[in-house]
Design a protein around this ligand. Sequence first.
Ligand SMILES: Nc1nc2c(ncn2[C@@H]2O[C@H](COP(=O)(O)OP(=O)(O)OP(=O)(O)O)[C@@H](O)[C@H]2O)c(=O)[nH]1
Ligand SMILES: *[C@@H]1O[C@H](CO)[C@@H](O)[C@H](O)[C@H]1NC(C)=O
Ligand SMILES: [Mg+2]
Length: 436
Amino acid sequence: MAGSQRYLRYILIAVITIVVILFISASSGVGPGGQYTQKATDLLKDPGSIYKGSQDHTVLVKGSDSEPVVSEDAKLPQHTEGSHLPTQSSSPNPQSSSLGSGQNVLPSKAPGARMNATFVTLARNSDVWEISRSIRQVEDRFNHAYNYDWVFLNDAEFDDTFKKVTTSLTSGRARYGKIASEHWGFPDFIDQEKAKKVREDMHERKIIYGDSVSYRHMCRYESGFFFRHELMQEYEWYWRVEPSIELFCDIAYDPFVFMADKKKKYSFVLSLYEYVETIPTLWDSVKGFMAKHPEHIVSDNSMGFLSDDGGISYNHCHFWSNFEIGNLNWLRSQAYIDYFDHLDRDGGFFYERWGDAPVHSIAAGLMLKKEEIHFFNDIAYYHVPFTHCPTGEQTRLDLKCHCNPKDNFDWNGYSCTKRYFEVNKMSLPEGYEKEQ
Ligand SMILES: Nc1nc2c(ncn2[C@@H]2O[C@H](COP(=O)(O)OP(=O)(O)OP(=O)(O)O)[C@@H](O)[C@H]2O)c(=O)[nH]1
Ligand SMILES: *[C@@H]1O[C@H](CO)[C@@H](O)[C@H](O)[C@H]1NC(C)=O
Ligand SMILES: [Mg+2]
């Protein structure tokens, strides 16, 4: 008798297990993006992937204003302060607040209005895993609480893998745009033979990306076109994100709101000197533009950041444009378009190798008021090979930073950030001497 009772128990357990599996696999298909959520059967096949399931709720709320759905995984650590768990549920790390002594800087859903803003990434299909790392960090450190959109742009069609993976990682709407061929290619006024000789010559001289055509299209696109893409027309603010970047600290407030409130138009975290070989005649072109369009040069500008001799020559200082938070309407203004058109006509995107970083920086330096350019000390950032780690220990602790302050590039001799502080008559952040 005891034996058949045991069999009955086994059968009961088996039935319950099957019912649970069926239930989970049926419910994981619910909601927008549901086709991308993980099936329980997939988990059985690949137990190592089980933590991916904790993102399901993020996918479920994509594009909607409803409260995040608490996934089963988010409820797992029952032994911790259970009452906190539902509000932590949209954090990809639901346990994190119970570990440290401090409160989490970021709520699960930040209160207040959202700006008319988007993240924007230019990428190839082959960049999918590198951009995924970046997205994950941006979401963990900021966007899971804000759910801003993310626009992906590509000169080719994005493939299914790229779309699936990036859609699963972003908490806001993920949108995919193809770049028009007029915006990615040689304009008709460029002598392609001459451009080819330049590339061969730069190849000989081992100038980084000197022989690349696509790199030049990329630099020209970022300089003059990304903000005119039809998807980007829908927004006023952008935050540029590149593959393989890192964010080392929580972002404790909405930088888009900050930019708007403080009337900022352009911002940076790292600045440095441009490689001279890539821009020998850029400043000549800029001077031509200043002569042709004096009406676009503002009086309270940052010429002191760009030039040591009142504008005769360029000192090569620029803001590093792989990170940017900025105003799209400024880039779409007549002033900026006149500036870009003038530079473009001079041909340096192809006859040299002008980068979008000096192009944007010079524009911001001459056509924005000094106070409209912002340095985000509290956004900790890495793009190979430079790190911006916030100056000031309390800031780093408050924001749960994991960068080594010794890696901070700001007070290094090759950085232009000190010059930015001088030009703006700002006092250097407290504790900077200790972090040089
Ligand atoms: N669609 C597309 N995107 C590109 C192409 N070339 C570069 N990109 C993207 O443009 C951005 C800048 O390119 P990167 O290769 O990172 O250039 P970089 O930052 O100067 O150099 P790295 O040190 O290699 O990062 C990245 O977001 C790339 O994914 C291209 O040919 N097509
Ligand atoms: C966002 O900004 C764009 C560009 O300025 C504008 O066309 C659009 O109407 C704005 N959308 C909202 C919702 O305000
Ligand atoms: Mg890069």
